[in-house]
Design a binder for this molecule. Structure first.
Ligand SMILES: [Zn+2]
Length: 246
């Protein structure tokens, strides 16, 4: 992995209270061109920076030393910490973003992102649940790197988390709902699948106990009504908990 030192940013300071980085925060640059983004990240007046920038072709630039506090997160929060800049390493990934023509991140760029992330994670022992997007730590204020970013690709390389067992979790949830419906009295098989018989029973349940949801399928309001009804008749069956039966 080659890291270019062709650019550097004066926009950094010491990490506050001697905090160490345990978050890896990914961004997109969100500007018309890579040049404009680089200029902004390196000019003193902007007061923004990141430790790294990765071009669309996969070239990696380091602007700020990892030991320093770069200015990329802004007002942010994660697990009780509000000074995300002091506890993170920031990577800006070149992409015009939602404002200037949001597009797929090329594979050559994603490969470089993966290489750099893997290296940082190893050196700083960053846990997978602390590999985050700007949109995670600045909800509503920021939306980068966005829904086109290839988080599954990174997770496949052990970088960050992604729900690979998504369907397994959904099946468990359906099974728990089926168990509640059965415990309450409906004739239903526990299949773990949102199959036809389940949809029929859910519709029957809605017709009596949640008429406004009729025909909308297995949705949170219907499940909430089911939990409430089961609670009223002391049927002790909890959805989503279901560890013992999972
Ligand atoms: Zn950002």
């Amino acid at each position: 992995m080659i890291i270019s030192a062709d650019f550097s940013s004066p926009n950094f300071e010491d990490r506050r209270n001697k905090k160490k980085p345990y978050i890896l925060l990914l961004h997109y640059t969100g500007m018309k061109s890579a040049d404009l983004a680089m200029t902004r990240l390196c000019e003193p007046a902007s007061k923004v920076s990141s430790h790294y920038v990765i071009g669309e072709g996969g070239k990696i630039f380091q602007l700020v030393d990892e030991s320093k506090r770069a200015f990329h997160a802004g007002i942010s929060y994660w697990r009780g910490e509000e000074d995300i800049n002091s506890v993170s390493i920031g990577i800006e990934i070149v992409n015009p973003g939602h404002e200037f023509g949001y597009r797929e991140f090329p594979q050559s760029q994603m490969d470089a992102v993966a290489d750099l992330c893997a290296d940082i994670i190893k050196r700083h022992k960053i846990k997978p649940e602390f590999v985050l997007g700007h949109s995670d730590v600045a909800v509503k204020r920021k939306i980068d790197p966005g829904e086109l970013f290839d988080w599954p690709f990174l997770a496949g390389k052990g970088i960050g988390l992604y729900p690979s067992a998504q369907h397994g979790a959904q099946n468990r949830m359906v099974a728990d709902v089926q168990k509640m419906l059965a415990a309450f009295g409906y004739k239903i098989e526990i299949t773990g699948k949102n199959d036809e018989q389940t949809q029929d029973v859910v519709t029957a349940f809605q017709r009596h106990y949640a008429p406004k949801q009729l025909g909308s399928g297995l949705n949170p309001i219907t499940v909430g009504a089911l939990v409430d009804i089961c609670g009223q008749c002391k049927i002790n069956s909890s959805p989503f908990g279901g560890g013992a039966n999972a």
